[in-house]
Design a protein around this ligand. Structure first.
Ligand code: SF4
Ligand code: SF4
Length: 86
């Protein structure tokens, strides 16, 4: 499941450099997460690192529009990091 940044985001810039998949970028109003690149940090960390560093509680949440199994997240991780090397 991809994660989602809600309107509670204060654009503090903490999460963007921490994402191992370059899934976070500045959107029109707040930071946003690219669901094609978010693996919930599977393959890198045990828990989503963006949630860990975000200072505002409940700002980064699970995105119900993009649910994925653990296997799918692993596949995404492999595809992302394989294609990054080409
Ligand atoms: S959960 Fe991990 S991969 Fe997804 S946006 Fe947050 S830091 Fe990036
Ligand atoms: S860490 Fe939280 S408040 Fe800061 S930019 Fe990211 S989502 Fe927004």
């Amino acid at each position: 499941m991809s994660l989602l940044i809600t309107k509670r985001c204060i654009n503090c810039d903490m999460c963007e450099p921490e994402c191992p998949n370059q899934a976070i970028s500045m959107g029109e109003i707040t930071y946003q997460i690219d669901s094609e690149r978010c693996t919930e940090c599977v393959g890198h960390y045990e828990t989503p690192t963006c949630q860990k560093v975000c200072p505002i509680p409940n700002t980064i949440i699970n995105d119900p529009q993009h649910t994925e199994s653990e296997d799918q997240l692993w596949d995404k991780f492999v595809q992302l990091h394989h294609s990054d090397k080409i």
